[in-house]
Design a protein around this ligand. Structure first.
Ligand code: AMP
Ligand code: MG
Length: 351
């Protein structure tokens, strides 16, 4: 290129070079969904991102799983050494100082206990163990002796006061006091949702604007797939290979599903599952077999799906309708189904 040509075209070429560089640099490494699955909080957790450079995605995934592990280190009752394990193993009634984050989770659980008139109960650890659902091990399928269940119910009735209290000490510290049997902390229906909320915060802080995190029956979503909604399936409660409903979601939303098909064993044709009714000390027989809740916070969705499952169709529906920003999809064992008007999802195949 001679001097005259360069003078004429040079700035244009330089500008073009700059824009090409800018486009390559700005262009995400992939315009597709990338997913990573790890075992966390006793279930498979999948982190999916759309449209971020591989380096950003990889860093985000590490931070997200580290954040989920942090919540498990607080709230697991099976892992020795966690604050919840400690609370469950001190002399009954001893106040234990709890980290701020655990106090937040506990406060939410206690609030839901009151709001649901006891259907949601974060103190069912002993009962869950009795039914063989308390360990990270496969379900053992043993039905507890009737005497053990009536003894538990009897003790519960004797305690007119709920045996788990969160107290703010004059120093400002939060302490929790658990009465001991028949009260044992079990945050199995709260902690995963909370972990997903924190995981989503971490995802956004890591520079991912479009993503989805799924853990067991809970999930949290942000953004889209290049303008296309994320497509979510809700499992058919009686046929593993089928999807009962599908949702197309864009933007920020959390969804949780509680079902009697998640962890169960069959005895004499009866399905014994992991969602317990504190009124009977047995797996809930409210008639509902699947409850999905959509709302902004995964922790709220997680708690509500369990609470509504225990309440049953009629009470559960009313409970959902009373709450602003909460939508639900409910199915009974007789095939009766209900969906609140704002629920984002379509029925495909009912039970
Ligand atoms: P989910 O699968 O979210 O409905 O949560 C079920 C888990 O929550 C169980 O495995 C128990 O750890 C715990 N759980 C069982 N029954 C209840 C209940 N009525 N209220 C609160 N937590 C419960
Ligand atoms: Mg739940």
């Amino acid at each position: 290129m001679n001097r005259a040509t360069f003078k004429k075209w040079g700035p244009f070429i330089l500008l073009l070079a700059f824009f090409s560089f800018w486009l390559v640099w700005k262009k995400p490494a992939h315009q597709e969904v990338h997913s990573t699955t790890h075992l966390a909080m006793g279930t498979l957790v999948t982190v999916s991102t759309w449209g971020v450079a591989t380096s950003v995605e990889e860093k985000a995934v590490v931070q997200i799983f580290a954040r989920i592990d942090q919540v498990e280190e607080l709230a697991s009752r099976q892992k020795t050494g966690t604050p919840v394990y400690q609370i469950n193993h001190v002399t009954p009634g001893t106040p234990v100082v709890v980290p701020e984050e655990l106090a937040t989770i506990l406060a939410a659980g206690l609030e839901m206990h009151t709001a649901s008139h006891g259907a949601f109960d974060p103190g069912l650890g002993f009962l869950s163990d009795l039914w063989g659902f308390g360990h990270g091990l496969p379900d053992v399928g043993k039905i507890p002796a009737a005497t053990e269940l009536t003894a538990w119910l009897h003790e519960r009735k004797k305690n007119t006061d709920y045996g788990i209290k969160l107290v703010q000490e004059p120093s400002g510290a939060m302490t929790v006091q658990v009465d001991g049997y028949p009260f044992t902390l079990d945050l199995g229906a709260i902690a995963k949702g909370y972990a997903l909320d924190k995981a989503m915060e971490t995802m956004k802080q890591s520079g991912v604007q479009n993503g989805l995190i799924i853990g067991g029956g809970d999930m949290i979503i942000t953004g889209s797939k290049g303008g296309q909604p994320w497509r979510i399936g809700i499992q058919h409660p009686r046929d593993h290979d089928k999807i009962m409903a599908s949702s197309e979601i864009k933007g920020d939303l959390a969804m949780a599903t509680s079902g009697d098909y998640e962890r169960f064993f069959m005895v004499d044709g009866e399905r014994e599952h992991h969602i317990l009714d504190p009124q009977t000390a047995k797996p809930s027989r409210s008639g509902l077999i699947s409850v999905s809740i959509q709302t902004q916070k995964a922790m709220t969705a997680d708690m509500l799906s369990t609470a509504v499952f225990v309440m049953g169709m009629e009470k559960g529906r009313k409970f959902i309708e009373k709450m602003a920003g909460v939508e639900g999809m409910l199915v009974t064992e007789n095939g009766e189904r209900w969906k609140s008007p704002g629920f984002q999802g379509q029925w495909l195949e009912g039970p």
